[in-house]
Design a binder for this molecule. Structure first.
Ligand SMILES: *Cc1c(COP(=O)(O)O)cnc(C)c1O
Length: 352
């Protein structure tokens, strides 16, 4: 296809393959759908929605409600169908992208499709932030630095002091630190005050994880009005579907259920961590998210053996530094129990 830009030739597709399994622990989704009363409220709202009408231009209705929920100015919000689209927008707008490695793959993928200069810096052996290299890279040229915190796929949380230093450096050189807070409810952290004080810090949030709304596609950017004005242009006009907007308005009116989900998943995370410590051949890394990164002797073998027992996890061994690693979402107590049983029976097999 010669009509397309040359850099798009031979592009790899997003690394995901749909596989059927009874227990789905491969996408870090919430294992819980919305409470039935809330779902009923949503169905009633959708019944009255005029599907022939366009939604609001820039999700003004949702931004208004979100602004009150977050205590954050409405001019500092961009809402889009999934935060992945905001990642793409930020990368398209960026003159240069900095990333950590391993990291959430959509930063690198977005740079690839938009031919944006991209540099990834390896995390340390224990997944520490490579502070000196990051500060140096930020200083060399203004850049947009993507930092998931808690980090994906390692599940670790970085020190506040380190993030502040990166933010200060971004401010000095006119760069932008984008903290991707996809999992922040599970760590109990929130960098809104840093973003409020420093316009060179932006936050990405999603409804796909703790809110239990992966199916409706919704995420948002919290940033300075200046950053939002630019990024809003990359989200097509009338870009947030009317049905997604109605669901968001409903959950923002009754957000209480999220806390219960987060508490349940955090308790299960602790239980899983304690249990997995005793695994004879696996190393489990501490998690501040709703998933675990686990190093096994052979990721392909672990993946296959778990799938045979009806449990779907995600291989991570294609990342540099993550040899043998798999990623497992925290599910319901029953799902987690089945996972633990499978994990330990697999250990017996490999010992035999
Ligand atoms: C899951 C996840 C997202 C969410 O993307 P959506 O498009 O909003 O579903 C963003 N960033 C990271 C690091 C994630 O793990």
């Amino acid at each position: 296809m010669k009509a397309f830009k040359p850099h798009l030739q031979g592009l790899p597709s997003y690394p995901y393959q749909k596989v059927e399994a009874a227990i789905k622990l491969d996408q870090n989704e919430s294992p819980y759908d919305l409470p039935p009363e809330l779902k009923q409220t949503i169905l009633e709202r959708l019944e009255h929605l005029e599907l022939n009408r366009y939604p609001t231009l820039h999700a003004e209705d949702v931004r208004e409600k979100l602004s009150a929920h977050l205590d954050w100015p409405v001019e500092g919000l961009v809402v889009s169908p999934g935060s992945n689209l905001l990642i793409q927008a930020l990368v398209q707008a960026a003159g240069r992208v900095l990333d950590t490695a391993p990291s959430f793959p959509h930063y690198a993928f977005s740079a690839r499709i938009s031919a944006t200069p991209y540099q990834a810096i390896r995390l340390g052996e224990g997944f520490e932030l490579p502070m000196e290299a990051l500060l140096e890279a930020l200083q060399a040229n203004p850049a947009v630095l993507f930092l998931p915190n808690p980090h994906a796929p390692t599940a670790r949380l970085f020190a506040v002091g380190e993030i502040r230093r990166l933010a200060d450096q971004a401010a000095q050189t006119g760069g932008l630190l984008v903290i991707d807070e996809a999992y922040h409810q599970f760590s109990g952290t929130d960098f809104a005050s840093l973003a409020r004080a420093n316009p060179h810090v932006a936050l990405l949030r999603t409804f796909s994880k703790a809110w239990g709304l992966g199916g409706i596609r919704a995420g948002y950017l919290m940033a300075s009005p200046e950053v939002c004005n630019v990024i809003q242009n990359f989200v097509p006009p009338f870009g947030l579907p009317a049905h997604t907007a109605q669901i968001l308005l409903a959950v923002l009116e009754s957000p209480g259920y999220v806390q219960g989900i987060v508490q349940a998943l955090r308790a299960e995370r602790e239980r899983l961590y304690q249990a997995l410590q005793k695994h004879p051949t696996w190393t489990v890394y501490q998690s501040q998210t709703n998933f675990f990164l686990i190093r096994t002797p052979d990721a392909a073998a672990a993946y296959r053996a778990l799938l045979q027992k009806g449990i779907l996890v995600r291989r991570q061994d294609h990342y540099p530094g993550l040899e043998g690693c798999i990623r497992v979402s925290v599910g319901t107590p029953q799902e987690n129990q089945r996972f633990l049983e499978a994990a330990f029976s697999l250990a017996e097999v490999s010992h035999a």
